[in-house]
Design a binder for this molecule. Structure first.
Ligand SMILES: Cc1cc2nc3c(=O)[nH]c(=O)nc-3n(C[C@H](O)[C@H](O)[C@H](O)COP(=O)(O)O)c2cc1C
Length: 363
C-alpha cells in the first residue's frame, strides 16, 4: 500500500477557477475596492504573488462614456490598465444596459481586459438611492439579467462576471434568483459577498447562504467573499463550502501578502511568515514611491495616508502612528512620521533607512 506523504496529505484539492477562457490559478481573487485597488496597490499585490485574478476599482459607466465622448479621455481609475500584466478584471457600475454595453465593449476591445465585471453589490447611497445601481438592482433580478445579457453580447468573447450581495435587505434576499438570471444571461462567473446591502459591513458574512447560491446554479462558477482574515480562513472557506474560488478585500489592505500565503497553503507548503517589521517599513515606502510617481508628491501623500494606516493595523504602536500619519500634508511630513513613529521601524527609534534614499530630495 502506498501511503501519502505528509505534504501530499496536507494539500487541499482545489482546482483552478475558469472564467470563460481565463484560468484563475489559484482561485483566490483580489477584490475590487474603490479608492484603494489602484495600479500601485495592484502592483504591490502582484509583487507578492498568489492572487489568481486582480481587479480595479469600480468605474462609473456613465462617467466613462461622457469622458470619452466629450474629452476623449479615460477615467482616472483606468490608469495603468492598458499595459499592466494580465489577468486583470475591470469592474463597472450603472443601471443602463446601453451605457454598460458601450463601456464593456471598449474594455474588451481597446483595453483587452481579461474579465469585465459588473457591480450589483455596492451599498453606498450615491450608487443605490441616487443612481438606482449597485445593490439597488438586486430588487429587480430581471433587469440584472438584461444588463448581463447586453454586456455579454457587447464583450464578444471576453468573459463577463458579476458581483452581488445576498440581497438589498433581510426582507429582500434575492441572491438565488439573481444568480439564476445571471447564469441564464451568459455570465462566466459570479462573486457573492455574504451580507445584504443594508448591513454594509456589520454582522458576519453568511457563508452558508453563499453556498446555497452556488447550489442553485448549474454551471456558473461561484466565488465566495466576506470576512476572510487569514490564509487559513481562505483555505477553509474554499474547501468547505463547495465554492469555485474565494475573494479577499479588507484584510489584503493590511496584508497584501495574504494571497501568497494562501497560495502556499493550497500547494501544501508551509505558510510563509509575514514580512518582518523592517520589511513592512520598506514596503510602505515602496508603495508610497509608486503612488507619488503616479499622482505627484502632494496628491500622492494625501492618498497614501489611508494606505499607511491600513498597513499599520494590528501592529503595536499603530494608534499613535495613525493619529499622526492621517494629518500629514507633505512628503517631508510623511517621511518624518514614518521615521519616528511607524510601528515597524527598526529599533523603534528615530532612524535613517536605505529605503528612504528614494526620497532624498524631500528630506
Ligand atoms: C473601501 C472599500 C471599497 C470597496 N469598493 C468596492 C468596489 O468598488 N466594488 C465592489 O464590488 N466591492 C467593493 N467593496 C466590497 C469588497 O469588494 C468586499 O466585497 C467586501 O469588503 C467584503 O470582503 P472582505 O470582508 O474581505 O472585506 C469595497 C469594500 C471596501 C472596504
Amino acid at each position: 500500500m502506498i501511503l501519502p506523504t505528509p505534504a501530499a496529505a496536507a494539500r487541499p484539492t482545489v482546482r483552478p477557477l475558469l472564467i470563460g477562457p481565463v484560468v484563475v490559478d489559484p482561485p483566490v481573487l483580489q477584490a475590487p475596492m474603490a479608492g484603494y485597488t489602484n495600479f500601485a496597490y495592484r502592483q504591490v499585490v502582484r509583487e507578492f504573488g498568489g492572487a489568481g485574478l486582480l481587479a480595479t476599482e469600480m468605474i462609473a459607466a456613465r462617467g466613462a462614456r461622457w469622458l470619452e465622448t466629450h474629452r476623449g479621455e479615460n477615467p482616472d481609475r483606468l490608469w495603468g490598465v492598458h499595459d499592466e500584466p494580465r489577468p486583470l478584471a475591470v469592474q463597472m457600475w450603472d443601471n443602463d444596459p446601453d451605457n454598460l454595453a458601450a463601456v464593456g465593449r471598449r474594455l474588451a476591445k481597446d483595453f483587452r481586459v481579461s474579465v469585465v465585471d459588473l457591480n450589483f453589490g455596492c451599498p453606498v447611497r450615491q450608487v443605490t438611492v441616487k443612481a438606482h445601481s449597485g445593490s439597488w438592482l438586486l430588487r429587480d433580478p430581471a433587469r440584472v439579467g438584461e444588463i448581463v445579457r447586453r454586456v455579454v453580447e457587447a464583450c464578444d468573447g471576453t468573459p463577463v462576471s458579476a458581483k452581488i450581495r445576498l440581497g438589498c435587505a433581510d426582507t429582500c434576499r434575492t441572491a438565488v434568483e439573481v444568480a439564476q438570471r445571471i447564469e441564464e444571461a451568459g455570465a462566466s462567473c459570479l462573486t457573492v459577498h455574504g451580507r445584504v446591502a443594508a448591513q454594509f459591513f456589520s454582522g458576519a458574512a453568511d457563508w452558508d447562504a453563499i453556498a446555497a447560491v452556488k447550489r442553485s446554479v448549474s454551471r456558473l462558477p461561484v466565488v465566495g467573499n466576506g470576512d476572510i482574515d487569514s490564509a487559513e480562513t481562505a483555505v477553509m472557506r474554499l474547501t468547505s463550502h463547495g465554492l469555485d474560488g474565494v475573494m479577499i478585500a479588507r484584510e489584503s489592505l493590511a496584508k497584501p501578502w495574504i494571497f501568497a500565503q494562501t497560495a502556499a497553503l493550497l500547494r501544501g507548503e508551509p505558510k510563509p511568515p509575514d514580512p518582518t517589521p523592517e520589511e513592512q517599513y520598506e514596503l510602505v515606502l515602496h508603495h508610497y514611491d509608486l503612488v507619488c510617481r503616479r499622482f505627484g508628491a502632494d496628491r500622492g501623500t494625501l492618498l497614501m495616508r489611508k494606505f499607511a494606516c491600513s498597513y499599520a493595523q494590528g501592529l503595536p504602536g499603530a494608534r499613535e502612528f495613525r493619529g499622526q500619519v492621517s494629518r500629514v500634508l507633505s512628503q517631508q511630513e510623511f517621511l518624518a512620521v514614518m521615521r519616528t513613529t511607524f510601528p515597524g521601524r527598526p529599533g523603534g527609534g528615530d532612524f535613517s533607512h536605505p529605503g528612504l534614499s528614494k526620497f532624498e530630495t524631500a528630506l
